[in-house]
Write a protein that binds this ligand. Structure first.
Ligand SMILES: *Cc1c(COP(=O)(O)O)cnc(C)c1O
Length: 363
């Protein structure tokens, strides 16, 4: 209400306040908020200088935005297969995919479960390639006792504030970075590439501004930022509840005959954006039937994700089925079951009962 009654609806004081709070939460120096996670990714790749002669590496078990943002800059996308146990990029397969043109690796913390950033960064350093984390699922997750976004092993990290993510601003996203040069470029890119500082030509008057890059209107507004501020206060509680629910699920599903679940590394803490189950081999071919039956039993199950390069647009670019076999198998096995902070004990019991009822009746 204060924002709505204020002089600013957009580009007001709530935006830097929100950015500072996010940066502090993650343990990063700077944050720049955007009108979506996708525009934030686009800006981060731009700030790194990704362009048409460059290649970027990511994994196909992600939302299309991760690689689309590289296509916006005419960069080539090189998909590296996932680890079939976690859905995260298979680090042992990264090195072979690096070429002289590789500039960027974008690991996706699938479901909120952190990629082994230290191991990945050793390869990145060896080949002078930069890392930007797609941390859309991982706000509040921890790696080596530090929050994702603390940037020990990467240049930047992106979080999304779409309503399905951990906190929301309606639509929105942010990039955190410790690098001042990226920080300045991110801000310019967000707003048409226009600035009143560090001018290239002489100012000639107080009205003067300069467009120095081909930027976009990717701004978040003050109304969204104030929602983000109140959401941030609740974040730790949200993550705590998700982890509590995941622990109960882990216990209930231990050693069941139908599916596997994803285990955390001992040095990391997932923020459990998702709780994926991975059907055992003999149920793979029945996924469609299982999914439909779960839906008709009242479970809001989802699938994350169709391997990006199997999308028609990517197929038209020349990507072929079979490119990343583990990702394709992961897709055949994966179903995301209900996971959100207000899921009650009664709800969990309902999920368990329906899941085992459906699976035990599959021939
Ligand atoms: C949600 C999401 C995005 C894009 O974020 P938006 O805010 O929806 O634009 C990018 N990558 C992943 C992995 C996501 O889940």
């Amino acid at each position: 209400m204060d924002v709505l009654k204020s002089d600013f609806i957009t580009q007001g004081p709530k935006i830097p306040e929100f950015e500072e709070k996010i940066a502090k939460y993650c343990g990063a120096k700077y944050a720049v908020a955007f009108n979506s996670g996708t525009s934030a990714l686009h800006a981060s790749y731009f700030s790194l200088g990704l362009s048409s002669n460059d290649e970027m590496i990511t994994s196909p078990i992600t939302f299309v935005a991760t690689s689309n943002a590289a296509l916006y800059l005419d960069s080539k996308v090189n998909f590296v297969d996932v680890d079939s146990k976690t859905g995260n990029i298979d680090i042992s397969k990264v090195e072979a995919e690096i070429t002289d043109n590789t500039k960027l690796i974008v690991p996706v913390h699938y479901g909120g479960n952190p990629v082994d950033l230290k191991e990945l960064s050793e390869i990145a350093i060896k080949y002078d390639v930069k890392i930007i984390e797609d941390a859309a699922h991982a706000l509040g997750a921890e790696y080596n006792n530090k929050k994702i976004g603390s940037l020990e092993y990467s240049e930047m990290a992106m979080f999304s504030f779409h309503p399905v993510k951990h906190i929301t601003t309606g639509e929105g996203g942010v990039i955190v970075t410790n690098n001042e040069e990226y920080f300045e470029k991110l801000k310019l890119f967000r707003s048409h590439g226009v600035t009143k500082e560090n001018l290239k030509n002489s100012a000639g008057g107080d009205w003067y501004y300069e467009m120095q890059y081909l930027g976009y209107n990717y701004r978040i507004n003050d109304i969204q930022a104030s929602l983000g501020l109140s959401q941030l206060d609740k974040l730790d509680g949200f993550v705590k509840n998700r982890r509590k629910i995941a622990n109960i699920y882990n216990e209930i599903f231990k050693d069941n005959p139908y599916f596997d679940t994803i285990k955390e590394d001992e040095n990391s803490k997932s923020s459990y954006h998702l709780y994926p189950i991975l059907l055992k081999n003999q149920y793979e071919s029945k996924k469609r039937e299982i999914f439909n039956k779960l839906r008709s039993e009242g479970l809001g199950v989802q699938v994350h994700y169709i391997p990006v390069y199997l999308q028609p647009y990517y197929e038209d670019l020349g990507y072929k089925k079979g490119l990343c076999p583990s990702s394709e198998t992961f897709y055949k096995k994966e179903i995301s079951i209900p996971m959100y902070p207000t899921l009650s004990d009664v709800d969990i019991e309902f999920v368990k009962e329906k899941l085992f009822k459906v699976l035990s009746n599959i021939q």
